[in-house]
Design a protein around this ligand. Structure first.
Ligand code: FES
Ligand code: MG
Length: 590
């Protein structure tokens, strides 16, 4: 790659700054202690960061510890100098009170690293849910050449003759445990069977969704997202990614040229077609905001909701990650969307080529896994934004609403997307667990379960607790799901018919704060409305009363986070952070 005509690499300002030769020695000397030479660092070769998200605390991304060797090989072979550094761990399943707290913390940390160190470009290693958006948010803020290498899903799981996928098997087995169909040991066996190898969740949960989104945005090499972590192509893509980022550094190909509005609209479309996680909504919105692009409710309604479900993968379908990869992965899905005129084919990507050029010849090879656009698994399958007197904004993943569920909740013949139910209100996860089986609540199939105090401020962090399962007595009668509503989130691996991300949240004075157990809620998906049938006067009276209590902050970060976080509607961003953009255009002071 010719270096002619490019702007000077920012690392030169540290290691070859004619104005401050006195500082050069300070910057250089400690890198010598593991064998780098002053000649290398002063050679004018790009210094490429490898943002390492894998660790024992983030097992979903642990494969990156191995893959980093191949990234380094690629960087070296292309003439760059790799520098690997750790990113704050984010492990979805284990981090209390919720991993969502750490998306913005990892973001902040990465912004400081990318801004404050002599890096010319970065490889973001991604996998577990929030490791992808946090990295991309930081890359957008700093705007240095960036490429995403996903770690890939685990191999498919099998148990008792069935494919068992991450998360999905837990939700299903929990219900069977509560209904007395299996014991605790069988529950554990089924869960373990879904975790087959290195890699992230093998369902179309939040991890697979967000890595597909990264690729759809144009930040990964085409085909990267779906390759299972244990496949040989992973190492090969790691090498190619390392090579390509060196070229990108020399071409000065920055996120600001890739993360344009059309890229985010296409990410919304791809989320619909793959049956992606509801978590894509705050994450896509947050990445867009940090890139200076506003994504609105209308964008979800127009670019996402009307699109069909094309990918037959759990929880909306039956296959898992290996099947998706073999069928063609994200490029095959994007090909379908492009042919149908639902994608912007002329925007730039990390390959240096346009989307349409990247997708040439990338047709699906297995139509049971990736359907043609005109023969989808479901029409109108994108995330549906809703509003009403309980919230200004919420979303529902309609691709997981079963026909049986729709039928059960008809309130009038011919209105198959409209239902009413009696609200059962819970204040946080503990309250739900203590009371869900309380006979006095008299929960039947006409109830709607409501979770409040689970939003960014209330929890804090916004927890995946809205996909509540019905009481054991209903499960034993075969009622496997009730409608749920909440200001928190739901797991991306869940097939619950949940209305999530209610904004403003209860802790910020949103409508859920005045809702009472026993109120009737009407959900009308045709009108995209959700309202409590409570009079304006009664609402005003209740609003004058004290709001539901929320737990106090237990750590300094929780307090900082609560003071600065915005609603899930606008991405759950640290609001003060969104004004910082293009940091790499000015160098930090000595
Ligand atoms: Fe980490 Fe699902 S828990 S990817
Ligand atoms: Mg999750």
């Amino acid at each position: 790659m010719s270096q002619a005509g490019r702007t000077e690499l920012r690392s030169r300002n540290w290691f070859a700054n004619a104005d401050r030769p006195d500082m050069t020695a300070v910057y250089l000397e400690r890198f010598m202690n593991y064998g780098l030479t002053p000649e290398e660092l002063r050679s004018g070769r790009p210094i490429i960061g490898i943002a390492q998200t894998g660790s024992d605390l983030t097992p979903c991304n642990r494969v990156h510890i191995e893959l980093a060797r191949r990234i380094r090989d690629g960087i070296r072979d292309a003439g760059g100098i790799p520098m690997e550094f750790p990113v704050h761990p984010i492990f979805e399943n284990c981090r209390r009170p919720t991993a969502a707290l750490d998306r913005n913390l990892a973001y902040l940390g990465l912004v400081e690293i990318l801004h404050g160190y002599p890096l010319d470009a970065v490889v973001l290693t991604t996998g577990c849910d929030k490791t992808t958006p946090s990295g991309i948010m930081a890359a957008a803020t700093v705007d240095i050449p960036t490429i995403v290498l996903s770690g890939g899903p685990m191999l498919d799981g099998h148990f008792e003759g069935e494919r068992v996928g991450s998360g999905a098997v837990i939700w299903k087995s929990r219900k069977r445990l509560a209904a007395g169909e299996i014991d605790e040991e069988e529950f554990l066996q089924a869960a373990v069977a879904s975790a087959t190898s290195v890699g992230h969740c093998n369902t179309m949960g939040t991890a697979s969704t967000m890595n597909a989104v990264a690729e759809a945005l144009g930040l990964s090499l085409p085909g990267c997202a779906a390759i299972p972590a244990a496949y040989r192509e992973r190492g090969q893509y790691a090498y190619a990614t390392g090579r390509r980022i060196v070229e990108m550094a020399l071409e000065d190909l920055r996120p600001s040229r890739i993360l344009v509005r059309e890229a985010f609209l296409d990410a919304i479309a791809v989320t619909a077609a793959i049956g992606g996680s509801t978590n894509a909504q705050p994450h896509i919105t947050a990445m867009a905001r940090h890139a200076g692009v506003e994504i609105t409710t209308e964008d979800w309604r127009e670019a996402g909701y009307p699109l069909p479900l094309l990918v037959n993968m759990q929880p909306a379908g039956t296959h898992l990650g290996e099947g998706f990869h073999r069928a063609g992965g994200v490029p095959a899905v994007m090909s379908e969307l492009l042919k149908a005129g639902k994608l912007h084919g002329d925007r730039l990507t990390v390959t240096g080529k346009r989307v349409a050029a990247n997708l040439e010849g990338r047709e699906a090879s297995d139509r049971d896994v990736i359907r043609p656009f005109d023969q989808p698994l479901m029409e109108n399958a994108g995330l549906l934004p809703l509003s009403g007197n309980l919230f200004d904004f919420a979303v529902m993943k309609v691709s997981v609403i079963s026909p049986q569920f729709r039928e059960r909740y008809l309130i009038r013949p011919g209105h198959e997307n409209c239902w009413e139910g009696r609200a059962i209100v819970f204040d946080g996860g503990d309250d739900y667990h203590h009371r869900i089986n309380d006979p006095e609540l008299n929960i039947d199939e006409d109830c709607i379960l409501v979770m409040r105090g689970a939003g960014p401020i209330g929890w804090p962090g916004s927890a995946e607790v809205v996909n509540m399962q019905p009481p054991d007595a209903l499960l034993r009668r075969g009622i496997n799901s009730l409608p749920t509503i909440g200001d928190g989130r739901q797991s991306g691996t869940s097939d619950s018919p949940s209305i999530v991300h209610c904004s403003p949240e209860s802790a910020a004075g949103g409508g859920l704060s005045w809702l009472r157990t026993g109120d009737v809620i009407r959900i009308d998906l045709n009108a995209a409305r959700c309202d409590a049938l409570v009079s304006v006067e009664e609402i005003a009276r209740r609003k004058a009363e004290a709001p539901p209590a929320i737990p106090v902050s237990r750590t300094p970060w929780e307090e900082l986070y609560r003071a600065n976080v915005g609603p899930l509607e606008t991405g759950g961003c640290l609001e003060m952070a969104t004004k910082y953009r293009g940091l790499s255009r000015e160098l930090p002071r000595h």
